[in-house]
Design a binder for this molecule. Structure first.
Ligand SMILES: Cc1ncc(COP(=O)(O)O)c(C=O)c1O
Length: 386
């Protein structure tokens, strides 16, 4: 039973988080325990999440951005190294390459029907400076991780997955986030598994896991929990580390919410199927991805593309002002942001640029009602057929 959330007559938000009594109890018990930084609940969550996606290791960190940074460092990325990333993603995918001292090289997406990185373009961008390739699974829909993994093997490159959107999503029966050297997950407040802030690095590689565990807490050789429990009272710092720790209240909330995640993703898929059926009848709209891909997606967001880019702004405005429907844009292209245009001038990615001008992200969350969904669909129909 939800204790928070929107009522049906309010603005329909693009995301909405429902916190249950069980979530509140789990966090309250943690606060009462008196141990707040990383400890046993963090470890339990790491084990549960890694098990849920079939990874050998899960290393909980403060954000997906931190997980990406650690993944790039673990892959040995540094000055002079190029990392091929999509531009149709959240800015952190590329920013973390820069934190590591590497150079992001932007690849285009397949097209507005499939806003996922194009393996053909990735291959064309490989140079003798390329060290890694990043697959980002937009909305929880699988990028071609199989093809990219094969390409990376063939060309001696590292595959990293930005799996921020894709807990419990799969490709060919294998979890997204487990196809490369490391997968980075986000538990930011609008994600399918959310706790306000948080992230996790998943890997099958023992050394990468040990590297991430060490570097997330200043590379100290022992942690506070170990010292508290009569472990060694001294520590050394053999390398440069970071404060990328998470904490026990976040871990307790994530553990509680992880139990509901399979059923919430089922709901998301059901809502997505219904959206696809209803939206398919509206002229002037493209609904990306295939019906089949919904069945293995985490269905994090519901993207649509307007055929006429000139309609994106006015339509979003009308949806909000006239119909009370909030929307978002996934994603403005990274290479078009000021900070990136000035560093990487002359990048041209026609499909990514078109998607950025056509995409509208519709409300999607597990407790979206049929009535709310009908309101969204009717609002689009009214605007696009007027
Ligand atoms: C694709 C993608 N990558 C990375 C991130 C960064 O996640 P976080 O906010 O947990 O650092 C996000 C979050 O919005 C994202 O959507």
């Amino acid at each position: 039973m939800g204790v928070t959330g929107t009522s049906p007559d309010q603005l329909i938000p693009v995301f909405d988080v429902r916190v249950t009594r069980e979530d509140l109890d789990a966090v309250a018990a943690t606060l009462r325990s008196g141990w707040l930084t990383m400890g046993p609940r963090t470890r339990d969550f790491e084990i549960a999440f890694a098990q849920a996606i079939g990874a050998r290791h899960g290393v909980a960190v403060s954000s997906c951005t931190a997980a990406l940074h650690l993944a790039y460092l673990a892959a040995g990325i540094g000055p002079g190294d190029e990392v091929i990333v999509p531009s149709c993603t959240m800015v952190a995918t590329a920013a973390a390459v820069l934190y590591a001292g590497g150079t992001p090289v932007f690849a285009d997406i397949v097209g507005v029907h499939e806003p996922l990185v194009d393996p053909g373009h990735v291959e064309a961008l490989i140079t003798d400076r390329t060290r890694a390739v990043v697959a980002m699974h937009f909305g929880g829909y699988a990028a071609a991780a199989d093809r990219l993994a094969a390409l990376c093997r063939e060309r001696d490159l590292v595959l990293i997955e930005d799996a921020a959107h894709s807990p419990l999503a799969t490709l060919g029966g294998r979890s997204l986030g487990t196809w490369g050297l490391a997968g980075a997950f986000s538990f930011f407040s609008n994600k399918v598994l959310c706790a306000g802030e948080g992230g996790l690095l998943a890997t099958d590689d023992d050394e990468v896991a040990a590297f991430a565990r060490s570097r997330r807490s200043h590379a100290m050789t022992t942690g506070s929990w170990d010292r508290h429990n009569n472990g060694p009272s001294h520590y050394d710092v053999p390398a440069l580390g970071f404060n990328y720790r998470t904490d026990e209240p976040h871990a307790a909330l994530l553990l509680s919410r992880l139990r509901r995640l399979p059923e919430e993703i089922d709901r998301r898929r059901k809502i997505t199927r219904r959206y696809r059926r209803l939206l398919g009848e509206i002229p002037g709209l493209i609904v990306p991805f295939s019906d089949e891909s919904v069945e293995t997606s985490s269905c994090y967001v519901m993207p649509v593309m307007v055929c006429d880019p000139a309609r994106q702004g006015p339509l979003r405005m009308a949806l909000r002002e006239v119909h009370g429907v909030q929307t978002s844009i996934f994603y403005p292209a990274i290479h078009e942001f000021t900070a990136y245009r000035s560093r990487f001038p002359g990048v041209s990615l026609p499909h990514t640029e078109l998607a950025a001008r056509c995409e509208i992200t519709l409300p999607l969350f597990p407790h979206l009602t049929d009535a709310q969904q009908d309101r969204v669909v009717e609002a689009l129909r009214a605007e696009l057929t007027s």
